[in-house]
Design a protein around this ligand. Structure first.
Ligand code: PEP
Ligand code: MG
Length: 610
């Protein structure tokens, strides 16, 4: 029997564990594909409740500060030693910079100075002082609705906890290198130092309470190819070391206390999926040409971090269709310099040669807030000073980014994509600034690309309505369905109460896409799609039928989408699209396509989501 539970806790602090019903399922975010079935190794969280609290006398303060500084020094030495273990051949070699960040964070102003101040002025002992500061930092960041910033607050927490363990005299290491075989690591969170030390052969999967797609657990588990589910909220208090669990990194499901039948079922699924993904990888290397040769679609990857390029290339991307540059701006007090941006953009351009890299200019605002930019608080941020509107408002920030992009474009095939265009004036203003930047670079004698291809994200309904006018102004159009659907169907993409209305196959959405493709074709401008819609196999036959030239998606979807395109004929896609446009509701269109795919390929293409 299957049970699904919400926030029922197995054990609260000190309470005796209660029995978890068989086959209890909890849902998180699947961040690294694959299935692990094994025994839990629970990584205990350091409880700050156990911190001794003591008021110091004035005479004791200097010695307490010295004790704190020594603890920070020894934490630094230990992190350096762990970093030393990750040489160039280690699968995490490319991520050792995360440990550098943690070493720097040991002396983070809020954490380091804040703790010293609490010892000096508050007369608190070091353990108490640092745990108070950590709590303050966490709750300050918790109130901000930005996943990336929350991740960075957790970095501060990791290093603070390391110092606290040293002060308390408890081992600063969680026994990562001594994990028994067939372990499933369960933790509130996993630090990069933990991940760097774990014995990969012994870890079948990872499950954590917190974390999202850009969390370090996610990045590192993907690099280590360990199935992982994050954001499970309460898994760590629900399980104990030795419990049997199943972690499905493809669907984000974790099953506690599975019975024999469930284990058998998942073992089979694991074999099928492993073989399936393995067989799909070969498709990544092939072009996405329809079976009858009638249509070739270019398949590209969406990335947020420079770090993601390797995965994208390994899955067969033919370039980057969307580089969301705002991640360079988030989670920090200052703005990234021109040089820092240039290095990041150039790294992506270099790594993708000869394929194109599409660098989207800053899309800050809405749900992404950069603390370095003083932005007004808005009642309706999704419709506020966002993306290109903000850039035209903050001209010097925009110009710095344009300089960095033009300089990087000198080294390879690079295009520029402007988000949230809603009228022609925004294109004219952007072009004017772009020309200014080019002539400044030229007069300074700085190497740059003078003829970069310029495109716009079509993600506002007004841009669809004037797609014919916009197409005349640019080199390419890219449809951002994530926003286009939110604005066209009036569904806040962050609001879980209206999520059920969000449908990529709504007849209105298909008509909007068709209008953009027609405009592109009429003016000889290529049309791409880079919203999540492009990577879901259910949409692919219609997107082919509609005439999209490029599809850009999360890297892991690439082999599957390529396989699907190579298996279908263009004529069939045209016919299916024609039929879909006769239908009145999203549900009818879903049924039509699912049957269409199932009749042709029973058991294929929706496998990993089943
Ligand atoms: C989109 O809106 O579809 C898009 C690709 O941009 P983002 O998801 O970053 O808003
Ligand atoms: Mg968008």
């Amino acid at each position: 029997m299957i049970q699904t539970i919400g926030d029922k806790n197995r054990s609260t602090h000190g309470a005796s564990p209660m029995m978890i019903p068989e086959n209890t399922m909890i849902k998180g975010v699947g961040v690294s594909v694959g299935i692990g079935i094994g025994q839990v190794v629970l990584l205990e969280r350091l409880s700050t409740d156990i911190c001794p609290c003591r008021i110091l006398t004035t005479a004791e303060v200097p010695a307490e500060i010295a004790r704190f500084e020594e603890a920070v020094d020894s934490a630094e030495k230990r992190l350096n030693a762990i970093k030393g273990q990750i040489d160039g051949n280690h699968p995490l070699g490319d991520h050792s910079y995360i440990l550098d960040t943690h070493i720097l964070l040991l002396r983070d102003k809020m954490l380091y100075e804040g703790t010293k101040r609490a010892i000096e002025q508050g007369k608190q002992n070091a353990e108490w002082a640092i745990s108070e500061v950590m709590t303050k930092i966490t709750s300050a960041f918790d109130s901000i609705d930005d996943e990336y910033l929350k991740e960075r607050a957790r970095d501060v927490h990791f290093v603070g906890e390391r110092v606290l363990r040293i002060l308390l005299g408890v081992s600063s290491e969680r026994k990562m290198h001594q994990l028994p075989p067939n372990s499933i690591l369960v933790a509130h969170d996993l630090s990069p130092a933990d991940a760097a030390q774990l014995k990969k052969e012994h870890v079948l999967a990872i499950a954590t309470d917190v974390g999202g797609r850009t969390s370090h657990t996610a990045i590192m588990s993907r690099s280590l190819k360990i199935p992982a589910v994050t954001g499970l909220e309460k898994i760590s208090p629900m399980v104990q070391t030795g419990d049997t669990i199943i972690v499905d990194g493809s669907t984000g499901l974790v099953i506690l206390n599975p019975d024999a039948e469930m284990i058998f079922r998942y073992r089979q699924r694991s074999d099928v999926l492993r073989n399936y993904h393995q067989s799909l990888l070969a498709f990544g290397r092939l072009p996405a040409v329809t079976r009858d040769g009638g249509r070739k679609i270019q398949i590209l990857a969406n990335i947020e971090l420079v770090d993601e390029i390797e995965i994208a290339v390994a899955h067969g991307c033919e370039g980057i269709g969307l580089f969301r540059t705002e991640y360079l701006f988030l989670g920090r007090e200052d703005l990234p310099s021109e040089e820092e941006q240039f290095e990041a953009y150039r790294a992506v351009v270099d790594r993708n040669k000869p394929y194109p890299v599409t660098i989207r200019t800053l899309d800050i605002g809405g749900d992404k807030i950069a603390s370095s930019l003083k932005m007004p608080s808005e009642t309706n941020p999704a419709m506020g000073l966002r993306a290109i509107r903000l850039c035209l408002n903050l001209k010097s920030v925009f110009k710095t980014q344009l300089r960095a992009i033009l300089r990087a474009a000198h080294y390879g095939n690079c295009r520029m994509l402007i988000p949230m265009i809603s009228c022609i004036t925004e294109i004219h203003s952007t072009k004017k600034i772009l020309e200014e930047v080019k002539s400044e670079l030229a007069s300074e004698g700085v190497e740059h690309c003078d003829s970069i291809k310029l495109g716009i994200l079509v993600e506002v309904p007004s841009a669809v309505a004037i797609a014919d006018l916009l197409a005349r102004e640019v080199d390419f159009l890219s449809i951002g369905t994530n926003d286009l659907i939110q604005y066209a169907l009036a569904i806040d993409r962050l609001n879980e109460h209206v999520n059920y209305l969000y449908d990529t196959l709504h007849p209105a959405v298909l008509r909007l896409i068709r209008q953009v493709v027609n405009a592109g074709q009429a003016f000889g401008v290529s049309v791409a799609m880079c919203g999540e819609m492009a990577g879901d196999p259910v949409n692919v036959p219609i997107l082919v039928g509609l005439g999209l030239d490029e599809l850009s998606m999360n890297a892991l979807s690439i082999p599957l989408v390529k396989k699907l395109i190579r298996s279908i004929s263009y004529d069939d896609c045209l016919d299916l699209t024609h039929q879909a446009f006769q239908m009145q509701s999203a549900q009818e269109i879903h049924e039509l396509i699912e049957k269409w795919i199932f009749d042709r390929f029973p058991g294929d293409f929706f496998l990993s989501q089943q």
